[in-house]
Each structure stands twice: as C-alpha cells, then as structure tokens.
Ligand binder design. Structure first.
Ligand code: ADP
Length: 303
C-alpha cells in the first residue's frame, strides 16, 4: 500500500488528537478502527496533507506528507466523512470537477465522470440535481468522486454513515468489489466493526490518538482475550474484583450475564476456583465466538 508513518503527533489547540502514530502498511484492504474521537479522520487528513503534523514524518505512495501533498492527492482518492456537495450542481459536473482538481484534463475528467457514475450505480440519475439525492446516492457519489482520477490508493472515512441497512449493504459490496477486483488499495476508517470485518483482513485500531492494536485480523483474534459468558448466582462484587485481579476484563449486562474477557494464558479452572472461594454459583459458562468486537473491546479497554 505504501504508507509509512513515524511518530505522528497532532493537536487541535489543547486537544491532542494524535499522540505518536507509527504505522507501516503494505497492501490489501486495511481497516482503521476506533471509537468516535479516536483520531481516524485526523490521521487520514494528515496522510493527504490537509493537516500538517506537529511532529513526526511519513510517506504515502512514497511521497512525503509534508512536502508532496499535491502528488499524493493525484494518486490517492478520498471519500470524506462529511458531505462536500456544491449546491446547484449535477452529479456529472460535480464528479468531473473533482477529477480536474486531482489534475485531470477537463475532457478526460468528464469522460471518466460518466464512467464512474455508471460504475457506482448512478448512471441513470447523473444529471439530477444533487439536492434530490437520497443518503445512499450521496454516499455513492462521494465514492465516485474519490475514484474518478483512477487512484492507486483510496481513503474512505466512515463510508456507511447515515445509511439504512440496504444502503449500507450496497455501498459495502461496492467497496469490496473495488478493493478486490480493481488495482486500488483501500484504507477504510470506521467505528462500525462489522463493516470492517466485511472488507478488511488487516486492521489498525486507534484509541485516544494512539495505535491500540494492529495486525492481521485472524492473528489479532488468536492473540486476543477469549470471551466467556457467565451466569452466576450470589453477590458477585468480591468475585468480580478477584477475577479482574487475575487479568480478566468484565462487563455486566442488564440480564445478569457477565461477559468475561480472559487473558490467553489464564485457565478456566482459575475462575471456577475463585467462584467456589467466594461462594458464587456458576450456572453457565459459555465460550463466545471471538469477533472483531472482542479484539476491539480488549484494545480499547472494556471497563
Ligand atoms: P475520529 O475520526 O476517530 O472520530 P477525529 O480525528 O475526528 O476522530 O478527532 C480526534 C480528536 O480531535 C477528538 O477529540 C475531536 O474532538 C478532536 N477534533 C477533531 N477535529 C477537530 C477540530 N477541527 N477542532 C478541534 N478539535 C477537533
């Protein structure tokens, strides 16, 4: 993929948005995950050269993020989180305009605009005023403008924002197709775990401006805490305190089920033993399927 960042720091006044980011990404579809406010959008903007890091250095497609922003933007497509529409424009004009902004000659930009609008399923509505577009159509249009100049790398910031389940499914399938069939590497930022699981095999998890975890999804799952669901009877306060001291992270659900994230080396019998000692009756002890949700929970802390 060609992204290399070293010790990137950035603050908006007193808010430290990025606090020392080191990443090296080679290829494949990469998920940039993290809760709202983790720093994902800021990181994308730094890689595009829209924001200048306070500290650190980086290269995107072998271009310096501090000095070669124009070259980066010619080769990188960017679907921003917020709408970027210009009132009174139709989709063709809008898409072609972004092609020109990325350095394409006018005629070529116009031709490509038609092509990509058909590709994202907006061919029939390409002359309609953008104000009349549904949320799903707007997201497709933002995707179209991001790929109009045939980028090598595509940054997608929360691409399923504001979409109903059908719209979300459609845009995810489109992104999956782009990332698997075309010669485009995709970096997708999202706080929605299933979206990332659908598209990416490699993830970087951001939390509070830092990289909380990164790696192949399969490996992260492997190394991750194992999740068990416990149903217990008795007053659990001391029991919880003690299993937390053993390294477990525990969430209590409303229906009195305890979600226990056990560190890899801890054995189940340690939990049973503690329960016996604390006079807690364990009525159910089920292993849950590990999902990205668990990796995520572990990385950002479930407490
Ligand atoms: P994410 O994309 O993961 O939701 P952001 O990069 O948008 O995170 O935000 C990271 C942090 O920076 C948050 O604390 C956010 O409130 C703050 N922030 C983002 N944009 C601005 C801004 N323009 N001015 C001040 N603070 C900002």
């Amino acid at each position: 993929m060609g992204i290399e960042l070293k010790d990137i720091r950035f603050s908006y006044g007193r808010v430290q948005a990025l606090d020392g980011i080191d990443i090296r990404l080679e290829g494949g579809a990469v998920g940039l995950l993290g809760p709202n406010g983790a720093g994902k959008s800021t990181l994308l903007k730094i890689m595009l050269g829209f924001l200048r890091p306070d500290q650190g250095e980086g290269r995107v497609l072998d271009h310096d993020i501090r000095t070669e922003q124009t070259l980066i933007r010619r080769r990188v497509g960017y679907m921003p989180e917020n709408d970027c529409f210009i009132p009174g424009m139709d989709a063709v004009t809008f898409t072609a305009y972004f092609g020109e902004l990325s350095g394409m000659p006018r005629q070529e930009a116009m031709k490509r605009a038609h092509d990509v609008l058909f590709y994202v399923g907006l061919g029939e509505s390409r002359y309609r005023q953008l104000e009349t577009y549904s949320a799903g159509m707007k997201q497709r249009l933002k995707l179209a403008q991001a790929i109009v100049h045939d980028p090598k790398l595509l940054f997608l910031d929360e691409p399923t924002n504001n979409l109903d389940p059908q719209g979300r499914k459609e845009i995810l399938e489109l992104i999956l197709e782009i990332s698997s069939k075309k010669d485009i590497q995709v970096l997708i930022s999202s706080h929605i775990l299933p979206d990332i699981e659908f598209i990416c095999s490699y993830v970087v998890i951001l939390n509070k401006g830092r990289v909380a975890a990164k790696g192949e999804l399969a490996n992260l799952r492997e190394a991750s805490f194992r999740l068990f669901e416990l149903k217990v009877k008795g007053e659990p306060a001391r029991f919880l305190e003690r299993i937390r001291a053993l390294g477990c992270k525990v969430e209590e659900t409303e229906d009195m089920i305890l979600k226990v994230y056990m560190p890899p080396q801890l054995e189940r019998k340690a939990i049973f033993q503690t329960a016996v000692e604390e006079r807690i009756q364990v009525r159910q002890f089920l292993k849950s399927q590990t999902s990205l949700e668990d990796v995520f929970a572990k990385a950002v802390g479930v407490d």
